[in-house]
Design a protein around this ligand. Sequence first.
Ligand SMILES: *Cc1c(COP(=O)(O)O)cnc(C)c1O
Length: 455
Amino acid sequence: MLSEQTRRWQELDARHHFHPFTTHKELAEKGARIITRAEGCYVWDSEGHKILDGMAGLWCTQIGHGRERLARIAHDQIRQLDYYNAFFQCATPPAVELAAKLAQLLPPGMDRFHFVNSGSEANDTVIKSVWYYWNLMGKPEKKHFISRTLGYHGVGVGSASLTGMRFMHEPFDLPLPRFHHIGNPYPWIEGRGKDPAAFGLEAARWLEEKILELGPENVAAFVAEPIQGAGGVIIPPETYWPEVQRICRQYDVLLVSDEVICGFGRTGSWWGHETMGFEPDIVSMAKGLSSGYVPIAAVAFGRRVGDVIFAGEKEYAHGVTYAGHPVCAAIALENIRIMEEEGLGTRASGPIGAYFRERLTTLADHPLVGEVRTKGLLACVELCKDKATGELFQPVGKVGLVCRDLCVENGLVMRAIRDGMVLSPPLIVTEEQIDEIVTKARTSLDQTLAAIGRA
Ligand SMILES: *Cc1c(COP(=O)(O)O)cnc(C)c1O
């Protein structure tokens, strides 16, 4: 029996609250899980269940939940200066200090920043800035964007057009004109039976084919995540990114790295493009920038675009009320200080990342598991119907949801993307907590097998 308090919240939620990416009738019948408290790598719901947060909130809580230092910084900053804007030739110290700090963390030359509130806004800012850039460069035809199927770049009208998911396009008459999608470098699905290195090059050349089809003089930029997150933790073969970079340079196409998930240590270095070995012209970031404590996001511009925007004679007529919000910027700065002090920017490439991989890989012997892949502290455990052939369940996604619900019942947040079980724990995760993840995941897999009637 649920407590009266929980039932009240569920009823109010069902009556008044539209959620992201939700079928509301179905949720109203089940009732939302109400999360009331969090600390370190755990969250608690309103019924007192303790759940290991294997998704770091939503790919964002790098430093773990409930840090006293961030509470104190927020308190102090609100008392000093709660809010002021960055319009009308004003700035606030936290925004300036944060921009300078980020310039130190990114490669040399990538040193100018525009702040927004979400990853979606960051990518909409990318789109407009790229169009602005090519206008200033006297190439007004160069306006087409290329991104990838299963790429996730947000929900704004522009950023959702970059996103490569049909279920996010059809109900909204998207994508906008001038947004194009190529296939993704997904060895488990697209690269079946192929040599990984050869497949990486093949997938990169889909970009070249699309550029040639559209005409290089019309193509503004290629936007992609170093590792596709919401698409299912798609880790491209090592040959992919260097070839993509070569193609972008050859055809004078800007290269944009969407680091909203991969940034801030997730893959084992501060930036996913460092891990994957390429040099973007523009970087978008959000999530880990504040470890999710408050909304803040940013676009980083390298010299090529940054210098042109800087020198633009016409106003850069773009920016939101809360651009560089002093409270959010102060929290982001303190989050980065904590990450630096605790070595979290590179922790995932050290022993803890190796332990994560080693322990998760033990699940590969389970009858439901077709593949386990990890990079840093990102992982996907692919479920399939037939281990030997890799045959998928039909319809795709049902078994994943069964497993996800069982995971939560067993005290572990593991997200299902199609039939891939995805993990992205806080970067402070310990070996004991990784053991707990793997134990609970195995129990949930066993129960999934029983539930689908093959045990
Ligand atoms: C989450 C995400 C976004 C969108 O960020 P929001 O803050 O939800 O708008 C964009 N790109 C990537 C790669 C993401 O994971």
